[in-house]
Unconditional design. Structure first.
Length: 169
């Protein structure tokens, strides 16, 4: 039985947060960046690390570990920023997400994706589209549009114009 909404084969970018492997649909990923200097923004939620300058555009960066109630991301040589596109009120928003490391792009068939478990996960299951299985490894396939609440994304979006001049400097 495949997870709800996953009826076609798809490609997923896999990445690690701690010991866990996560995946995001490749179609939602804009690019993967080496860790760049992040400009902190005062009075934002703890999960928001700040903003980066991406070719002249201000891109908010969030710490997914904090969103999932894990310890804050520690910078290593493998730490990177996965730039994704999420939908907020039918409007596209570009966000960078810190990851401990990016692994690979995998192809998964619908029969390789199971519904998310009802218990036993560290994150709320409404964030998870399904559990992908490849060989003996499981990965949590995130519904990146649902990882953040509408209020969280509205706050991130409201920070962009105010900081555009500072981040570009």
């Amino acid at each position: 039985m495949s997870a709800s909404g996953v009826t076609e084969a798809g490609q997923y970018l896999t990445f690690r947060l701690g010991q866990e492997t996560f995946a995001i649909e490749v179609a939602k990923v804009r690019e993967v960046l080496d860790l760049a200097p992040i400009t902190a923004i005062p009075r934002t939620p703890e999960f928001m690390s700040g903003v980066i300058n991406l070719r002249g555009s201000v891109v908010p960066v969030v710490d997914l570990r904090l969103c999932f109630e894990m310890a804050k991301t520690q910078s290593t040589r493998n730490t990177c920023i996965v730039v994704v596109e999420v939908l907020l009120d039918n409007e596209s928003l570009v966000i960078g997400a810190l990851a401990d490391s990016v692994e690979e792009v995998v192809d998964l068939e619908p029969e390789q994706i199971q519904p998310p478990p009802r218990i036993g996960t560290r994150i709320r299951t409404d964030f998870i589209r399904g559990m992908g299985k490849r060989d003996t490894q499981f990965m949590m396939i995130l519904d990146i549009d649902r990882v953040f609440s509408a209020e969280d994304l509205a706050m991130v979006r409201s920070q962009e114009p105010a900081r555009a001049g500072e981040a570009a400097a």
